[in-house]
Design a protein around this ligand. Structure first.
Ligand code: CA
Length: 385
């Protein structure tokens, strides 16, 4: 089997109502989809994560100009060799950010293609599933214009609970005193039962993060995500173990090389690589092996559309509990509940929450099919590749 072509689909659409996180206002939903075509007639799909402020065209250009010449004509079953070539040949201008994002999309498409060729889901190719379904947590709680807080967040929390969620993550990073009052108010409103996490999107320095960490401890917070910049691993080491709240990070780190120091220095309690950003299945399985060797649990970051959601579920299926036990601590699925016009339509609505759980797709490859009409509907006008 040979790879004949890589097509890139750049999708972007404005939101009816923008929303803010700690780094700025998000006014569009965008993504970059890779379609991998083989001489056997098998097509594989992959997705590169586009953060709220990230133009999708960057990753598409990287695929078309830098990665396509490396993989076209090659056997997709040489996926590890192809990954190392993509990484090593882009090192001078890559290593972090949009280049690993683009490599991730190509790698996910290769794994989808291998699974489809063999008639097996990707989790079978990776050694099998530790679970058939996963507990999702609701990610959302972005700031909207013209509403008051914490009232709007309390209403949102109640909606998630009514929908069947038992865990959710609040966005913070809007000011130390405001965050402390906000987290306490939401916990008071929803009671002690639901699992609650907070995410500052690296809005703080160590001193400010320490003050928040200590002040929200009585609110029984499960983890504090990205309190400080991902470049400040020393700062994470200072913050860790100050309270019983787990420290979590990883969505802004890339490849096994990037994660090496986080793991070996025990800088966090929970590692959050994103399969659509950190290097796809080939690299995330190695990050998972590194983490396992340090007994560090992984709860992946997920913010992609349906293709990335399916890839994340395949990856989550393969994560060994750390440690394995009769009642092990299980990973969760980050399930973004904020506005996204094509997240579910792109895959014919194939992934849903039922009974408070999300099932791991068990069809070939990623286990989902892509709706080409949705690709065309949200395609950027300038996307001709
Ligand atoms: Ca986050």
């Amino acid at each position: 089997m040979k790879i004949l072509d890589l097509k890139t689909h750049v999708l972007s659409t404005p939101l009816d109502e923008g929303f803010a996180f700690a780094m700025g206002w998000v006014s569009r939903r965008s993504t970059m989809i890779v379609e991998l075509i083989t001489d056997d007639g098998v097509t594989g799909w992959g997705e590169a994560l586009c953060h709220g402020l990230q133009p999708p065209q960057i990753a598409a250009t990287i695929v078309q100009t830098a990665l396509k010449p490396i993989v076209v004509g090659q056997d997709p079953f040489d996926v590890d060799v192809l990954w190392e070539r993509m990484y090593n040949l882009t090192r001078p201008f890559g290593q972090k950010g949009a280049v690993p994002n683009a490599i991730s999309a190509v790698d996910i498409a290769i794994w989808d293609c291998m699974g489809r060729a063999l008639g097996k889901p990707i989790h079978k190719l990776l050694g099998g599933a530790y679970r058939t379904d996963v507990q999702p947590y609701a990610a959302g709680f972005y700031r909207r214009p013209g509403v008051s807080y914490p009232a709007d967040a309390i209403a949102e929390a109640r909606r998630h609970l009514a929908a069947g969620f038992t865990a959710m993550k609040l966005k913070i990073g809007f000011g130390v005193e405001e965050d402390i009052a906000y987290v306490r108010a939401v916990r008071d409103a929803i009671g002690p039962g639901p699992r609650l996490m907070v995410d500052a999107n690296h809005a703080y320095n160590v001193g400010a993060a320490r003050r928040i960490l200590k002040a929200i401890e009585p609110a029984q917070i499960h983890w504090f995500e990205e309190p400080i910049s991902p470049e400040d691993i020393d700062g994470y080491c200072e913050l860790k173990n100050l309270t019983d709240i787990y420290l979590a990070a990883g969505e802004n780190e890339f490849t096994k090389i990037g994660f090496r120091e986080w793991v070996s220095r025990r800088a966090v309690d929970i590692l959050q690589p994103d399969i659509c950003a950190a290097g796809g299945f080939t690299e995330c399985r190695k990050i998972a092996a590194l983490a396992q060797a340090w007994h560090l649990p992984i709860v992946p970051h997920v913010w992609a559309s349906g293709i990335g959601l399916a890839a994340s579920l395949q990856f989550i299926a393969t994560l060994a509990p750390a440690p394995l036990a009769l009642h092990p601590i299980e990973p969760m699925l980050e399930y973004d509940q904020s506005a996204h016009p094509f997240r579910h339509d792109l895959i014919h609505g194939a992934i849903t929450m039922q009974g408070g759980r999300v099932r791991i797709p068990d069809g070939p490859g990623l286990g989902i099919d892509v709706d080409r009409a949705v690709l065309d509907r949200y395609r950027c006008p300038a996307d001709t590749a």
